[in-house]
Write a protein that binds this ligand. Structure first.
Ligand code: CUA
Length: 308
């Protein structure tokens, strides 16, 4: 639920969200009225035609042509309205304008990676310009995920070995929550991110800043955003060991041996997480991080070394 929405729906954040809502409320209220009519009629008939004695035999019922015509014609019209209206909104929702700004989205257990044409990559924040259509080309590195921004009313499965897409045009600068809505394993519920909608100028500035060559530890800190669902950096317990104070210490493993947490151990634990399992933890870390570039891996190791 959004910060400013009603109990029912978060505030609509895109040009199309309002149209989705109108259709939703139309279907909702038509259904509610019909439901109420059916229930009230049922209660009325229960009272009116209640059998009062053993000898009570009901009168034969005569059909009413007018009544039958009404309950055939009216629902048919309602269904046709919902169909044409729904089809219209559907086509709009799935037809990205040709001048859309495109961003590649890669889902993996349990994080999102957003890659921009200019070379920038972000993980926990999806930066988009306000007032410009944005199209997301999405795919998954492992299992089924689903990309959902409640405030934007866009949701689509993210599937390995296939591209799916959504598009939206954010209307106001602000932050909007992204959820994964396809159960994808242990940390599914933690697989969230944020859409950060900023002005065109701020977006250009952000892109320029991101595309610079970063010092390894800074790059590593950015890449580490996709590890935070499982690994803390402040010593707090998580599904995996905290990274704080890890480097340079001796680590007990589940097989009873002890290993020194040096650069090689860190690198191996990222690209081949099943090789050495830290004592007290389950062997559940996804293998997909071996797909990170050498630069990103170097950055991660450099960053973890800074967490004293
Ligand atoms: Cu990814 Cu649920």
């Amino acid at each position: 639920m959004g910060d400013n929405g009603s109990v029912w729906l978060p505030d609509p954040g895109t040009t199309l969200a309002g149209e989705v809502d109108s259709l939703f409320w139309f279907v909702f209220w038509v259904s509610t009225v019909i439901f109420a009519m059916v229930v009230l009629a049922k209660v009325y008939f229960m009272v009116k035609y209640k059998r009062t004695s053993e000898s009570d035999v009901p009168e034969p019922v005569e059909e009413s042509k007018a009544l039958e015509a009404i309950w055939i014609v009216v629902p048919t019209i309602l269904v046709l309205i919902v169909f044409t209206w729904g089809f219209d909104v559907f086509v709009k929702l799935y037809s990205a304008p040709p001048d859309s700004y495109e961003i590649n989205v890669r889902a993996q257990q349990w994080s999102w990676e957003f890659s921009y044409n200019e070379g920038a990559t972000s993980y926990t924040e999806l930066y988009v310009p306000v007032g410009r259509p944005v199209k997301l080309n999405m795919t998954s590195a492992d299992v089924l995920h689903s990309f959902f921004v409640p405030a934007f009313r866009v949701k689509h499965d993210v599937i390995p070995n296939r591209y799916t897409s959504v598009w939206f045009q954010a209307e106001e600068a602000g932050e909007y929550t992204i959820h994964c809505t396809e159960y994808c394993g242990t940390q599914h519920s933690g697989m969230n991110a944020t859409v950060v909608a900023v002005s065109e100028e701020d977006f250009a500035a952000w892109i320029a800043e991101q595309s610079q060559d970063l010092p390894p530890a800074i790059l590593g800190q950015q890449v580490f955003a996709q590890c935070q669902a499982c690994h803390s950096v402040d010593g707090s317990a998580g599904i995996g060991p905290t990274m704080q104070g890890l480097y340079g210490t001796e680590r007990p493993l589940t097989d009873g041996s002890i290993v020194l947490a040096d650069d090689d151990y860190l690198l191996e634990s990222i690209i081949n997480p099943m090789a050495k399992i830290a004592e007290g933890y389950q062997p559940i870390m996804p293998a997909g991080f071996s797909a990170l570039s050498q630069k990103q891996l170097d950055g991660l190791v450099a960053y973890i070394k800074t967490l004293e």
